[in-house]
Design a protein around this ligand. Structure first.
Ligand SMILES: [Zn+2]
Length: 255
């Protein structure tokens, strides 16, 4: 299997489409994305640079759906403009391709053979997307895409999305990939409740004359973090989150 260029949706001779997230092949990729990848067709297209008009079902299936849509339109059930988009949605509710795939995939032997391709496909899709994002990042003066994601971690997703001309969900996706599952609590946009807790800590620390957590720890001495937490009426976990949010460590440079 060769490199899949960014913006290309691999399609096999039998009409099946390869999922660029997991590397498996499907008659209805749209249905698979909804059910197994927890992603919308729009996000998938955005992430892999695919045109909005590209149907994510196999050709014979899309013919069948188009025919179905035509009949529904004749019966007055469907507006003409909904045609293509509905094809994906009908496919998602149909689930036929996906069920068939699941039956095949569960057969012993098939599963093991799949696994290698899955890992390979996922890495490939990842690399393709990153190649284009890399150019965006360097054009904006960052070392690479990872550098951009790390350096902009304290900005809102919407702001970053605007700057790089991407869907906000794409930024959220890459923050999760690069910063880890806990990126939200590591300096991303704060939940209102957490923001309020941090604002209160700001006030308490200012009132105490502590510049930062190390200053408070110096005051607490052998009582350490537990002592500080008790003193300010908070928990050690919130204190650490607050410290990290207010005084982020410099971004690690990728190896
Ligand atoms: Zn997949």
């Amino acid at each position: 299997m060769g490199e899949v260029p960014f913006g290309v949706q691999p399609r096999r001779e039998d009409g099946r489409l390869q999922c660029l997230e997991c590397g498996r092949w499907y008659r209805s990729l749209a249905a698979h994305l909804f059910q197994s990848e927890d992603t919308s067709v729009d996000d998938y297209r955005e992430r892999h640079g695919l045109p909005a008009t590209m149907p994510l079902v196999s050709i014979d299936m899309s013919d069948r759906l188009r025919e179905l849509a035509r009949k529904r339109r004749q019966r007055g059930e469907l507006l003409p403009i909904q045609d293509l988009r509905d094809a994906d949605e009908i496919a998602a509710s149909g689930r036929a391709g996906n069920t068939r795939h699941r039956e095949t995939a569960s057969r012993p032997g098939v599963r093991a053979a799949h696994q290698a391709g899955v890992v390979k496909g996922r890495t490939q899709a990842h690399n393709n997307a990153r190649a284009v994002l890399h150019h965006t990042a360097t054009a904006l003066g960052y070392t690479d895409w990872e550098d951009l994601i790390r350096q902009t971690r304290h900005q809102s997703i919407a702001a970053v999305a605007r700057v790089v001309s991407r869907n906000p969900r794409t930024i959220a996706y890459w923050r999760r990939q690069i910063l880890g599952e806990n990126w939200k609590t590591e300096g991303g946009r704060l939940q209102p409740r957490r923001a309020a807790a941090y604002a209160r800590l700001d006030e308490v620390f200012a009132a105490r004359g502590w510049a930062d957590l190390p200053a408070a720890l110096a005051w607490a001495g052998k009582h350490g973090m537990r002592g500080v937490a008790r003193e300010v009426g908070s928990t050690q976990r919130v204190l650490r989150g607050w410290e990290e949010h207010r005084r982020p460590r410099p971004a690690e440079t990728p190896a």
